[in-house]
Design a protein around this ligand. Structure first.
Ligand code: F42
Length: 142
């Protein structure tokens, strides 16, 4: 495992620290809604990166939404997952070794998008803020 480089966003780096140090007992929510931590590999630096995301499940699958608050550009973790889809997902005390697959089929995406908005309603508003089609990934067993 390459060196972990924390997010330059202090709030994000702190949440990852609390979440992992408490083995998923603390730092697991944002505004009272559940979060997960995705550990992935930097596609430029090869560094280990850890990104908190809202916890979205569709059936037994986890779904990742690259909303970035509806910003015009994708978060760069999207580049990492596209280059290195083998990631680790932490959901509280559970840690899963999975593979991220970007969802391109419209019907499949609509199903996952519905689950995402149900889990975190602001996603719907974020999508109205940008012409960027917010990337959606589904995590599958390796
Ligand atoms: N972001 C979302 O997009 N969706 C969510 O559901 C979400 C939920 C959430 C909950 C709690 C919380 O604290 C944060 C949450 N966020 C959510 C924000 C999320 O954690 C990320 O901070 C945000 O999505 C931005 O991701 P980012 O990967 O763009 O992060 C930037 C700030 C970053 O870390 N940049 C680094 C830097 O030094 O500027 C580089 C990181 C990196 O991966 N570099 C790659 C490398 O090789 O090391 C190269 C990447 C490239 O292609 O440039």
């Amino acid at each position: 495992m390459s060196e972990y480089v924390p997010s330059p966003r202090e709030f994000v780096a702190n949440q990852v620290k609390r979440y992992e140090e408490s083995n998923g007992a603390e730092g697991t929510e944002l505004n009272g809604l559940a979060c997960v931590i995705v550990t992935h590999r930097g596609q430029k630096t090869g560094a280990t990166r850890k990104t908190p995301l809202m916890r979205v499940k569709a059936g037994d699958r986890y779904v990742l939404v690259a909303s970035m608050g509806g910003a015009p550009k994708n978060p760069v973790w999207v580049d990492n997952l596209r280059a290195h889809p083998e990631v680790t997902l932490r959901d509280r005390a559970e840690v899963l070794e999975v593979r991220a697959r970007e969802v391109t089929d419209d019907a499949e995406r609509a199903r996952f998008w519905m689950a995402a908005v149900e889990a975190f309603p602001p996603y719907a508003e974020y999508q109205t803020r940008t012409t960027r089609k917010i990337p959606v990934f589904v995590l599958e067993p390796r």
